[in-house]
Design a binder for this molecule. Structure first.
Ligand code: ITT
Length: 230
């Protein structure tokens, strides 16, 4: 395998390629804790445009995003595609989690309004479904691509839970206020501090796997996090 990037005195940081500020906020400390330096798209001067997520799996969409942003920015990019999978709904909302209220169609509303509408639809779809049949999981597939568009690493993480009947908690984003975390189902992920969620989340599990693949396959290629990284 050709090492990426070519040996250089200044290893490159990885760009976290997402338009979702909630994900950047979760991923930055996770990677810093793993000793890997990251920047956000907003830290770069290069303007980017968001690719269309046309895949029908998390893997396909994460690859579309990582490759598109790596080509546009000329930096190694890490993207994730994530979502909620609810057993009683045959796996919905799945890959359309961020646009569930519109059935996957583009939704011009601000993110907070979209999240509220998605949560309302989820509750409506599960009306009358008893607690023990509301099992669900967050899934995250993460892909690291280089500027030539080659996939360097890929990983999948899951977090098990159950869908609550009413929203609770102030932290996180998306479906967090409705996601009762296994095994005790007492608190939603929006009631956990960011540190608590980061210790067990689908995104943290995928990030850990990516970090160990980087350590094994591309040692020294990427910038280390500075000691005072957030
Ligand atoms: P990017 O594509 O720019 O990364 P996005 O929010 O559109 O941002 P996805 O396509 O991966 O990201 O959709 C993920 C959706 O799944 C997200 O908008 C939430 O509705 C939901 N989701 C994923 N992880 C979550 C988490 O940790 N907590 C709550 N909801 C989550």
């Amino acid at each position: 395998m050709q090492p990426f990037p070519p040996p250089s005195p200044t290893p490159t940081p990885i760009t976290i390629a997402t338009a979702n500020p909630g994900k950047v906020a979760e991923l930055r400390p996770i990677f810093a804790g793993l000793g890997i330096g990251v920047v956000g798209l907003c830290d770069l001067d290069t303007p980017t445009s968001e690719p269309k997520e046309t895949g029908d799996t998390f893997q396909a969409n994460a690859t579309i995003k990582a490759v598109a942003y790596a080509r546009q920015t000329g930096t190694p990019c890490l993207a994730d595609d994530s979502g909620l999978v609810v057993d009683a709904l045959d796996g919905a909302p799945g890959v359309i989690s961020s646009h569930y209220s519109t059935g996957g169609l583009e939704d011009p509303r601000p993110r907070a309004e979209r999240d509220a509408a998605n949560n309302a639809r989820l509750l409506a779809e599960l009306q009358g479904v008893p607690e023990d049949r509301r099992s669900a999981r967050f899934v995250c597939v993460m892909v690291l691509a280089d500027p030539a568009g080659c996939v360097l690493a890929t990983a999948r993480g899951e977090m098990e839970g159950r869908i609550a009947s009413t929203p609770r908690g102030e932290h996180g984003f998306g479906y967090d206020p409705l996601f009762l975390v296994a095994p005790d189902y007492e608190r939603t992920s929006a009631q956990m501090s960011p540190q608590e969620k980061n210790a067990i989340s689908h995104r943290a599990k995928a990030a850990n796997q990516i970090a160990s693949q980087i350590a094994d396959n591309f040692p020294g290629s990427f910038a280390r996090a500075s000691a005072d990284a957030p």
